[in-house]
Design a binder for this molecule. Structure first.
Ligand SMILES: CC(C)(COP(=O)(O)OP(=O)(O)OC[C@H]1O[C@@H](n2cnc3c(N)ncnc32)[C@H](O)[C@@H]1OP(=O)(O)O)[C@@H](O)C(=O)NCCC(=O)NCCS
Length: 202
């Protein structure tokens, strides 16, 4: 996905030099550090104080069909996002997650990552349903999810333990129309009577 790397310039609030690109093995230390930040732990279900080795192991296990993306400003990793298509009879479904470095919240990075993931899901992978889980008190995430068309389908009561409280989690989903064909439907090689059209074989 490195060929899809791009620098954003269409919003004044975005940090100068913000770049989105594919996750690289050399990002592991910054990726790990971001996952340990207080607001990132607060908004996600992973266990705090995981080791760098555990993070590297999780990075290595990312399914090859998933798109793991990072946002950088210069050499600083400021956000991470992942879109994971499902398999088999759920191959029209994808799940995704986004986290922005605590020091970079409110600068449009989460929105930018979301726009990119939705474009990939809708216009490149042809996913029809996107789903995610979000804690019921995570207003910073709920606001943009609602704005991008996600609806709450299920409230999972007491789904995750956080600082001694069982936190409710919402499962949210968003549907997308199938992609249109570039051209109209093909003309049938048979006429209305079932006979071959002139010059064509059935
Ligand atoms: C949720 C998160 C990804 C948002 O990223 P961000 O870069 O701070 O968000 P942005 O600056 O792009 O803002 C996106 C939108 O959400 C709104 N928003 C941001 N913080 C908000 C808050 N606390 N309350 C309500 N709305 C908020 C913004 O106004 C913006 O709306 P707009 O697009 O209409 O202008 C970020 O807060 C985060 O990483 N939190 C910790 C990890 C986490 O909770 N991840 C999500 C797990 S489901």
């Amino acid at each position: 996905m490195d060929q899809h790397s791009k620098t954003k310039s269409d919003s004044e609030s975005l940090p100068a030099g913000l770049t989105l690109r594919a996750l690289r093995p050399t990002d592991s230390e910054q990726y790990h550090a971001l996952l340990q930040l207080p607001a990132v732990v607060h908004g996600n279900p992973h266990v705090p104080f995981e080791t760098l080795a555990q993070t590297r192991e999780s990075m290595a296990k990312i399914d090859p069909t998933a798109i793991a993306m990072v946002a950088t400003v210069g050499d600083t990793l400021v956000g991470i996002a992942q879109l994971s298509p499902m398999k088999g009879r759920r191959s029209h479904v994808g799940s995704f997650s986004i986290s922005v470095h605590d020091a970079w919240h409110g600068r449009g990075i989460g929105r930018r990552l979301m726009v990119e993931l939705l474009d990939l899901a809708d216009n490149w992978l042809g996913l029809r349903r996107l789903e995610l889980n979000v804690f019921a008190d995570n207003h910073a995430a709920l606001a943009p999810y609602h704005k991008f068309g996600f609806e709450i389908e299920v409230r999972q009561r007491g789904a995750v333990l956080r600082r001694g409280v069982l936190i409710d989690s919402f499962m949210m989903a968003r549907f997308h129309e199938p992609a249109p064909l570039m051209s109209g439907p093909l003309a049938s090689p048979l006429n209305a009577n079932g006979a071959p059209r002139n010059g064509t074989k059935p």
